[in-house]
Every structure is written in C-alpha cells, then in structure tokens.
Design a protein around this ligand. Sequence first.
Ligand SMILES: [Zn+2]
Length: 277
Amino acid sequence: MKPTQLSRLAFFQGGYCRQLRWLADGKGWGTRRFHALFLAFHHPTEGTCLIDTGYSHHFKEATDSFPERFYRWMTPATLNPAGDASQILATHGWDPPGKIFLSHFHADHIGGVRCFPRARFVYLGEGLDKLSDLPVFSQVRHGFLSHLLPEDFKARAIALGRDLFHRGKEDWREFDMLDYFGDQSLWLVHLPGHAPGHLGFVLNVDPKPVFYITDACWNLDQLQNPKPLPVPSRKIQHSYPDYLATQDKIRRINPSRLQLAACHCPFTETLAANHAD
Ligand SMILES: [Zn+2]
C-alpha cells in the first residue's frame, strides 16, 4: 500500500521561556529563548490534528498557588501575544483539531490543552500514569502541572499501551513505533529518556518526511556536535543514560532522507509559520 501523505504541515510558536543558553547544550553564555513549538498537520480523512500545544493563559492560572508557583519561577514563560494555540491556528486558517497528540506531559507541551474543549488527546499512557502516581511536589519537580489538564481529560483521552508499538524496519529497526492511522502518514516513535512516555513523530509530507523528535534534544546541533549536558540539565531528564542512547539512535538514521525538527531548537523555530526572532 502506498503511504498516505499529509497535505499540510506547519510549526507554530506557542510562547517561550528564557533560560541560560548553557543549559541546552553546555555551549555558550547568556540566555536564549526556549520556544514552546507546536505542530499542526492535515490528514486527508482525519482533518486537522495537533502535536502539543505550547503555553497558554492557563499556565498562569495553574501556577498561581504553591508548589506550582516554584515552576513559574524556574521557567518564566512569556505567552505568544497573538494568543493561545487555538487563536493562532484560526489566524493561520486552520480548523480546530480533532485530535491532539501529546509528546509528553511537561507544562510547555500541554499548557494549552484546555483551549480545545472538543479535541481528543492521544499519548503513551505510561507517561501520565507514572506522573499521576507522584505527590504534587514531585510532579512539579518533574515539570508536570496537573491543573493544566481539563476535568474531562480522561474522558477524551486515547491512552496508548506500549504493546501497540513495534520495532520499525530498515532505518527504524532500533525504534519502537506505531503507524497510528494505519496508512503510514503518521508514526509515533517512542524516544525514551527525556520524560516518561516521551514520543517523537514521523510525518509523511512532501518533499521528505519530517522526524519531529520533540525534546529528545534541545538543539539539533547536539546531534552533529555532541557535548555532555551540564549537570542541572541531566537532572531534568527522566533517565540521562536513556536520553543519550536515544540521541545515538537518531544519529544512526540516514538524515538525508528526513527533515529533523526539535521543539526547543533555534533552527526549528525559524520554520515556524509565526516565526518571531
Ligand atoms: Zn520536555
């Protein structure tokens, strides 16, 4: 069967937090913006879908009280002046998404899910299960703010089991993957290390597939010119050894066949339809 192509794909910038540049890759001084990118695509029969949401005005509400306020202090977020993800999509001529794929549950990725009251949420179930079992202080330390999720989240959730993921073929033989729509238009790829249940995505678009590795690294330059992360950045990872192993696997893929993209990468941000810098 010929793989189905997605007819439209766009990155958007959904706010940012400013942090030390050094934290991203151990190189350089000063600060830089860690953009919270999200991605929209159009599937021929499923319509508009989203990957993550960036920040939204709900981030402020969710971090007004303690211990969540600590998270706001550690990652001071600036919202996109053009609005939340739902407004940004409408401005750029996209329909509201039917499905939102969540790469993981860090606040800069799920910050806008409350802006989509009718969407369904697709994610690797073990990620949320592990975080939900933690006391609130630990959740905040792991970058998870449960108040960002709407009260009916579970009713609209499509929580995937790891048993649905299988080893890929050829270039992908080191990865556990799921052909989500069964037509090879969108592959969900388990990329362990950064966060529990962390997912990347392969999107079949012209002229070549996009491999969106979300937070498997914070700067694509790390794949070409790797340098060990500073200790504080290692501690943010769910498993630093798994994080490094995932990057090694990504390096072994033939990059000429793919467009690589990463959520907080300055290069990827230049691809955003609402590119800001
Ligand atoms: Zn993250």
